[in-house]
Design a binder for this molecule. Structure first.
Ligand SMILES: [Zn+2]
Length: 217
């Protein structure tokens, strides 16, 4: 694991920064695809985790959640509006809430809402759009933000490219307008450190702001 800030770590993976998994304090944030179980369990061994939380219910973020929660006996937390999908092993693929089959289901022990205290001084921000219950984790004291897929640090399929919004096809981002509102919200925080769901960590708030400013209204 690579330490990014006080009580914030990024797990190593291959390809590097392809699918990011974080630890905030004693909470594992996201669990990659179904293929990421092994690397997660190996790296968090001895860390004394208390819970596993999601940024959102997509198969590249809760793919190994069921397996990791079972192996480590952790309660699963996620955004209120994504809890149904996680508990039924689905993903939301349209604004109307249409769903497709997703990763293995797991019961949600805590439904996160705007302003909830999270861990290590972080609070929950509601940042919907990419999924209905997408949340981000924000610590004002050092302006650290874990933003999931509100914005991508690069193109996750090419593993390069500039900071960008996630693909706007409904399958990827059911509500593009709401996600852009969420993107404007996180950019306005001027985070000193951003941990994306995909791509390398960013320590340049102006770069995030410039990428978000280019988004259509
Ligand atoms: Zn993703």
């Amino acid at each position: 694991m690579q330490q990014l800030a006080d009580d914030v770590w990024l797990l190593s993976g291959f390809p590097r920064f392809g699918v990011n998994v974080y630890v905030i304090g004693d909470v594992l944030v996201d669990a990659g695809t179904r293929l990421d179980k092994g690397r997660i369990l190996k790296q968090v061994r001895g860390h004394g985790l208390r819970a596993h939380a999601l940024t959102h219910a997509d198969p590249d973020h809760y793919g190994s959640s069921h397996a990791v929660c079972d192996a480590l006996n952790l309660p699963l937390w996620c955004g209120d509006a994504d809890a149904y999908a996680v508990e039924h092993g689905k993903l939301v693929v349209s604004k109307g809430g249409r769903m497709l089959p997703g990763p293995p289901a797991h019961p949600v022990a805590r439904r996160l809402r705007e302003g909830d205290e999270f861990a290590a001084g972080f609070v929950v921000l509601d940042t919907p759009g990419h999924t209905p219950g997408h949340v981000s984790y924000w610590r004002e004291s050092d302006r650290t933000l874990i933003c999931g897929d509100v914005m991508w640090g690069w193109n996750p399929f090419l593993l390069r490219g500039p900071i960008r919004e996630p693909f706007t096809a409904q399958l990827f981002t059911p509500d593009v307008t709401r996600n852009r509102e969420s993107a404007r919200r996180i950019a306005a925080l001027e985070p000193a450190l951003v941990g994306f769901g995909h791509g390398p960590p960013l320590r340049d708030p102006a770069k995030l702001a410039a990428a978000v400013a280019k988004l259509p209204a």
